[in-house]
Design a protein around this ligand. Structure first.
Ligand code: AMP
Length: 282
């Protein structure tokens, strides 16, 4: 694996690879890598000649400064895992390298209602920051394929909007969520959970599964409320939302919509950590 800290050197190398006709897959991450990230790398390796992974904890997408400060950093282990997974290139830029003119947003991205619902409602500015960094990274790497996890369902929709609006020449591939035994979605933030909290956190998956199992038996409103109560009962301190939405638009579903493709999404706090998860209901 070759490690680049500077975009110019990386771009030179990628230019040469593209000139040789190599297909380039890109997996942007914030590090603290786990098997979920590695599943993105594996799919990229299958579909491309070269996989570029970036590790960059993007300050502009954290609406909560404490969350940014406490974001886990496990660089040595990340490098080891990426090497073992057969990653060709790791891009490890500094904040200065990505934002040479400062981190202030230069342009607002037009994300419409997507920006203000669910994660957007609880994390103001988050998706602007996500678009800002991914737009820059895509400009630098110019991959053929961009690999994203279904775990961050709304993020995928936001980035599809970015790619469409800016007409970026890249195809998005969405990779299913990797889970621990017990169903907890793998996440870098899980590292901050105590053993006890981690055991309780599996309730998030059971709550979503319960929605899927009872979708045709109970009204949407009741399913959402039952799931939120269950999470609180199982040790979650605060539930930001449990929402059943149209899978294609993320607009709220009604009882008349149950035949269509739906997705259940939730965000809730266990201990100091905010976890998100989702499950397709069909
Ligand atoms: P992050 O480092 O959390 O920004 O995540 C980098 C990429 O990995 C994003 O596209 C995430 O959606 C994806 N990802 C994170 N957790 C998982 C998981 N458990 N399964 C699959 N993909 C994931």
């Amino acid at each position: 694996m070759i490690l680049y800290k500077e975009k110019n050197a990386l771009q030179k190398q990628l230019l040469a690879l593209r000139a040789e006709g190599k297909k380039i897959g890109f997996v942007p991450t914030m590090g603290a890598l786990h098997k979920g990230h590695l599943s993105l790398i594996a799919q990229s390796n299958q579909e491309n000649d070269v996989t570029v992974c970036s590790i960059f904890v993007n300050p502009t997408q954290f609406n909560d400064p404490k969350d940014f400060e406490k974001y886990p950093v496990t660089l040595d282990n990340d490098v080891l895992q990426l090497e073992r997974a057969g990653t060709a290139i790791l891009f490890l830029p500094s904040v200065q390298e990505i934002y040479p003119d400062g981190t202030a947003l230069k342009e607002r991205y037009e994300l419409g209602y997507l920006e203000n619902i669910l994660e957007g409602a609880y994390r103001p500015g988050h998706f602007q920051g996500v678009c800002q960094v991914v737009h820059r990274l895509l400009d630098i790497v110019q991959p053929h394929y961009l690999y994203l996890g279904q775990k961050d369902y709304q993020q995928v929709m936001v980035l599809k909007t970015l790619v469409q609006q800016k007409q970026l020449p890249v195809t998005i591939r969405v990779v299913p969520t990797s889970r621990e035994t017990g169903g907890l979605a793998m996440s870098s933030r899980n590292m901050r959970l105590s053993n006890g909290e981690r055991a309780h956190a599996t309730a998030i998956y059971r709550a979503l599964q319960n929605i899927r199992e009872n979708l045709n038996r109970q009204p949407i409103e009741q399913l959402q409320q039952t799931a939120a109560h269950y999470l609180l009962q199982q040790g979650f301190e605060k539930v930001d939302y449990v929402a059943i939405c149209h899978a294609d638009t993320l607009l709220p579903a009604t009882d008349a919509d149950k035949a269509g493709p739906l997705v259940a999404l939730t965000a809730a706090f266990i201990g100091p950590v905010r976890l998100i998860d989702n499950l397709l209901l069909q």
